[in-house]
Design a protein around this ligand. Sequence first.
Ligand code: PLP
Length: 442
Amino acid sequence: MTLVQERRLVTALPGPRSQQILARKAEAVAAGVAHTVPIAAVAAGGGVVVDADGNSLIDLGSGIAVTTVGNAHPKVAAAIAAQAAAFTHTCFMISPYESYIAVAEALNRLTPGGFAKRSALFNSGAEAVENAVKIARKHTGRSAVIAFEHGYHGRTNLTMALTAKAMPYKSGFGPFAPEIYRAPVSYPYRDGLSGADAAARAIAVIEKQVGADSTAAVLIEPIQGEGGFIVPADGFLPAVQEWCRANGVVFIVDEVQTGFARTGTMFASEQFGIEPDLITTAKGIAGGMPLAAVTGRAEIMDAAHAGGLGGTYGGNPIACAAALAAIDVFENDGMLERAQAIGSLLRIRLEGLQRADARIGDVRGVGAMAAIEFVDPVTGAPDAALAGAVAKAAVSDGVIVLTCGTFGNVIRFLPPLSIPDELLHEGIDVLAAALARTEGAS
Ligand SMILES: Cc1ncc(COP(=O)(O)O)c(C=O)c1O
């Protein structure tokens, strides 16, 4: 379906039909499964999401960085339909099929590092992270895993332990998995440290509190996503990688949110000059189908014994067909260039907003992964209320934006790369107007 690429509000949100559906949600769906945009979606594509009442919202979130190639991309939709008509499941652990192997080959080829690699496929980002940790522990025979302040890795038991933020991800859900330790990250806007100094600080914590010879893995997002789109200072990630190499520690980079063209290169690791031992991917990999992967050095990946990795649905054939189509789009339809162009546009517009409003303390991001951090202009204290109010007002005016950050004071931009420039500009205009309306109110 080709959707008209426009912001169109025919009702206040939620409209009557969405209200009915959301009332059923409140009755039928567990309260813990919350939502931030009060609509019932019926179609999406290009740069818009259309609801049950015919409202068309500008999409600056891509369903949390998933529909990077565009929602219901024609090549992805066709691949899904063809595979669904052929077979929907055999379980790769029972009867393998070629598309899973082709996805693994593509991942081994596309991820940074010229060394021999292997991949294993799973269903979600959290599951990929869980498996990366399993593999690292098996390979090293050690148990400790280092995660970072502001890190987010998922909602399963192990990944809750790896995630830094209590509310809403962890509160009341313990006890958590043991042998997880947290090190300070590089957060240039707030710590002012060089990459080398931030790395030295983190390494000192690891060496003093855990010990290199107990450490199986260091796990880090190259740009922290849920934690606030925190871009580390230059040199931080290479220094951490170097320490891992020197100490036989597996360096796992979680590219679930940053991967697949989002930052203007296929993987964000490339921009920081790192070659992780293991990379976890999900989200953008399959144009909206649930698929995730761990990819890395063959000798580490092969440490797990036969039957030690897998799952009923991991690498489902429909998800693999979607991934092969999405990867084709990433590689051949100018997606890297598009992400870079969107990044430039966003940066220019957001820096313009910052110059006009001291409550925007920081504009940051890489490629089509950008964010603004709201602060008290005098004290620099995080202003979560302002970020929440602006995001809510933008949504009411037909622009889907997401908040994030340990302090809840960041609005992030993750548009699908299929969005037209005009909608990006209009989306930022709507956000700017929402921000202007709060002046004096916060
Ligand atoms: C960096 C990172 N890792 C892991 C996850 C968890 O992925 P999933 O929600 O698919 O389990 C996310 C999700 O936002 C993420 O951003």
